[in-house]
Design a protein around this ligand. Structure first.
Ligand SMILES: [Zn+2]
Length: 429
């Protein structure tokens, strides 16, 4: 979880940083002694726990996680903060669709199948992510909500001026894979089924293809409910005509297009017309696909269900042109902020566009289609303990609130406390 690497934690009276490799022995001891670290984003600290989760390299890693139901207790600028309902779509999912267990495992309940009965014809209503067109069941994640959750946990929804120019697919895909560690579908790791293409390099084509085939192997087997499906997260390069029907071409996967049947293609272009338009109108932006897919005996992948999310050139998700404009303005003015993500919530239901975390009191910034939504937004911000900044479309964009003179960083380092420095240079996001 990239944005949490700087997170200051007090463990046994010492201050350590979440992403610090040198803090690992300290965390291991505290884990064994059942010591509760405190997140220093608040004066009195917020209790957390230490999870031992598998490392992508095969080892084990100690990661400090928030306790269930404590997301809103952290400071808005803290990586462990979860905005309450009315600010983002997360609040309603925690504890239901997303269960953060005390063992460090996060269980995801999906609202779409990860198996396919061989004999069953796919039902047309199940093919396109329902979020947006109907109110999705808050106890189960839509595809879009899975992507939003991964994006948030990977730190990709948060921004500081230092991140400018540092994000690309190599960085983004690495953090997405890291974020997926510790997430489970029933009792199985999400990473068994999640495929995030690695950056393509022509000179390493054979080994990259071999790794992809190994990753796709589960799709050649059957589970209790039928043939297993895989989940893809990747950047769309094109949706184009194939020899038969249409295909989805993903960047960094030049040799593995995903087949789209005609019916799905029609529904896709209808349901995601806005996203496809925004993608067309933003040559520097990216279109991210999350989909479930089956793999045929010949190795050809076919999309079962799909959702699309637009991100700008900084890989920050946005929903509308006004939303993108606000993000661009905040980036230009070198602000710190966290983008709100809608998850399961219906499009059009007001949530904050982003939360500025560099104001004295963090500020929820709303872009509202109707002036009548203003009181609701003000109430949501007040309930969350945030200031509100509101741009009602049709009126000129108001000036963003001033930055606090003391930059609020979740830094609890005291004089005399041991502060470990990061030795391992990670791509800083
Ligand atoms: Zn915190």
């Amino acid at each position: 979880m990239a944005h949490s690497e700087e997170q200051a934690l007090r463990v046994n009276g010492r201050v350590v940083r979440q992403g610090d490799q040198e803090a690992q022995p300290e965390l291991a001891t505290a884990h064994d002694d059942r010591v509760r670290p405190l997140c220093m984003c608040q004066r009195d600290g917020v209790a957390m726990y230490i999870a031992r989760i598998p490392d992508p390299d095969g080892g084990m890693r100690y990661v400090v996680k928030r306790m269930p139901d404590t997301g809103p207790l952290h400071a808005p600028q803290c990586a462990s903060y979860v905005p309450p309902p009315g600010i983002s779509g997360f609040g309603q999912l925690l504890g239901t669709a997303i269960s953060e267990g005390p063992d460090g495992r996060t269980a995801l309940r999906l609202g779409f199948p990860m198996d396919m009965l061989d004999w069953a014809a796919p039902t047309p209503t199940a093919m396109v992510d329902p979020s947006g067109s109907v109110q999705a069941d808050p106890s189960r994640l839509t595809l879009r909500a899975v992507l939003h959750y991964l994006w948030h946990e990977a730190g990709l929804a948060s921004w500081t001026p230092a991140m400018a120019g540092k994000r690309n697919w190599r960085v983004v895909s690495w953090h997405l894979r890291q974020a997926a560690q510790g997430m489970y579908l029933r009792s199985r790791p999400l990473t068994d089924r999640l495929f995030v293409p690695e950056p393509f390099q022509a000179e390493r084509k054979a080994e990259i293809t071999a790794r992809r085939l190994a990753a796709w192997a589960p799709a050649q087997t059957s589970g209790a409910h039928g043939r297993k499906l895989m989940m893809l997260v990747g950047e769309v390069k094109a949706i184009e005509a194939a020899r038969y029907g249409r295909q989805l071409v993903i960047k960094h996967l030049p040799d593995a297009p995903f087949m789209l049947d005609d019916r799905l293609h029609v529904r896709l272009t209808w349901r995601f017309a806005a996203e496809l338009d925004l993608w067309q109108s933003d040559p520097d932006g990216h279109l991210i696909a999350i989909s479930t897919f089956a793999v045929g005996r010949g190795g050809l992948a076919t999309v079962e269900e799909i959702s699309l999310v637009t991100v700008d050139r900084h890989w920050l998700p946005y929903e509308t042109e006004a939303d993108r404009m606000l993000v661009e303005l905040a980036v230009e003015q070198r602000r710190r902020f966290t983008k709100s993500l809608r998850c399961n919530l219906t499009d059009g239901l007001p949530i904050a566009s982003l939360t500025l975390t560099d104001t004295t009191v963090a500020t929820a910034a709303f872009v509202l289609a109707e002036a009548t939504q203003v009181p609701e937004a003000e109430d949501a911000a007040a309930a969350a303990g945030l200031d509100a900044w509101i741009w009602a479309l049709g009126s000129p964009i108001p000036r963003l609130p001033d930055r606090s003179r003391v930059t609020a960083t979740p830094d609890g380092a005291d004089r005399g406390a041991v502060v470990y420095r990061r030795r391992q240079l990670r791509a800083s996001l």
